[in-house]
Design a protein around this ligand. Structure first.
Ligand code: F6R
Length: 362
């Protein structure tokens, strides 16, 4: 039940530290920082025998896959393709026995994802399911299963399942890596506590959401991992508040979308990565020069604040945490922003119109 929360969605947002803790439990050695996925039946040798990774998923799970691609490419140095499951089959998929297909699904019952899994297996590619519901169709059909331990997710908008999918992909990327990455492994163990700190942003996010709730269009921008998280933020807002939102790679703005920036148009800019910050701030300046309003998401550190504040109308300051965790943490205020905007607009947050929790038709 919802307990003291008004909606399951907020309850599930608050369950994220625990969901992530459970997803990490027994899989990361705290001393060595090493990752062990033998619980999923995947030995290190088998994992490292693959030459390519193909990710298939839908909606929010696809957005988790986009984060996963960055991590696997950076840490395991393997080429990764991410496809929306419903599109996978039409591209004459280039998967074979040397490709590990990774299917991500909360419910494990999404028809498009299951169809993609069957196609991958037909082509000889073994499948790893990243799935929340044990005993689901995906859990049964996949060759190996890495369970996310989010617990039952009731609200239609996915929150804790998304975060645990992202965590599972961090684990997979580390397990696929041919070199030990103890720092990254140990960093992950800080995540539950960092998410708890991030939840304290609630009052600030609520205030901002009230200001934004009357808008009819919003943009989300970011670079690298921030772009993948921006896509999830935009989907969450559309899905429950019915405000139209689009995510763009920050550098793409000036290739067309900037034409849509007019006075008062709000852009949520994610700037969590130091190496990309100056460029993203440049894009924020472009938005402001056209009269747009910028809400910036950046870590609560003097250097970051100082650089970003110049081009921002409002700041959502994330707790200062290891940089690798910041894009994951940034998802939390974006979930809350969507939630409070939807509540402000009187929407049915847990059961948005036209949507089902589990989509079992193609
Ligand atoms: C959005 C949302 C959907 C699901 C998608 C896939 O908040 O929940 O986009 O992520 O329908 O569902 P699963 O993960 O069950 O395959």
């Amino acid at each position: 039940e919802k307990g003291s929360f008004d909606h399951f969605m907020m309850k599930e947002i608050y369950e994220q530290p625990q969901a992530v803790r459970q997803t990490l439990a027994g899989r990361v050695d705290p001393a060595a920082g090493s990752v062990d996925l033998s619980g999923a039946g995947l030995s290190p040798d088998r994992l490292r025998s693959f030459e390519r990774i193909q990710i298939v998923a839908c909606g929010t799970a696809w957005h988790a896959g986009l984060v996963g691609r960055r991590l696997i490419e950076a840490w395991a140095r393997l080429p990764v393709q991410v496809d929306v499951a419903s599109e996978f089959r039409y591209g004459e998929p280039l998967v074979d026995g040397r490709t590990l297909t990774v299917a991500i699904s909360q419910s494990g019952e999404t028809a498009d994802t299951l169809a993609a899994v069957r196609e991958a297996r037909r082509l000889g590619s073994p499948v790893l399911g990243i799935v929340n519901v044990e005993g689901s169709s995906l859990a049964r059909e996949a060759d190996w299963v890495l369970t996310t331990k989010a617990g039952p997710e009731v609200a239609v908008p996915s929150t804790k399942a998304y975060l645990t999918q992202v965590v599972a992909l961090h684990l997979l990327a580390l397990a696929l890596s041919r070199v030990e990455r103890p720092e990254e492994g140990r960093m992950l163990l800080q995540l539950p506590q960092r998410i708890e700190q991030t939840l304290a942003m609630e009052p600030r996010v609520r205030e901002l959401a009230r200001q934004l709730a009357g808008q009819s269009h919003l943009f989300y921008i970011g670079r690298g991992l921030d772009y993948a998280v921006a896509m999830e933020g935009a989907l969450k807002l559309k899905e429950i508040s019915y405000i139209h939102a689009e995510a763009y790679a920050a550098g793409e703005l000036k290739h067309g979308t900037l034409a849509l920036i007019e006075p008062g148009r709000t852009v949520v800019a994610l700037a969590t990565q130091e190496a990309l910050r100056t460029k993203t701030v440049g894009n924020m300046v472009e938005v402001k020069a056209r009269g747009g309003r910028v809400v910036a998401v950046t870590p609560d550190r003097p250097d970051a604040r100082k650089e970003v504040e110049v081009a921002a109308d409002a700041l959502l300051a994330l707790p200062d945490a290891p940089e690798g965790l910041l894009p994951v943490l940034a998802a939390v205020p974006l979930q809350m922003l969507a939630y409070f905007a939807a509540v402000e607009r009187g929407c049915d947050v847990d059961r948005p119109r036209n949507l089902a929790k589990s989509v079992t038709v193609e």
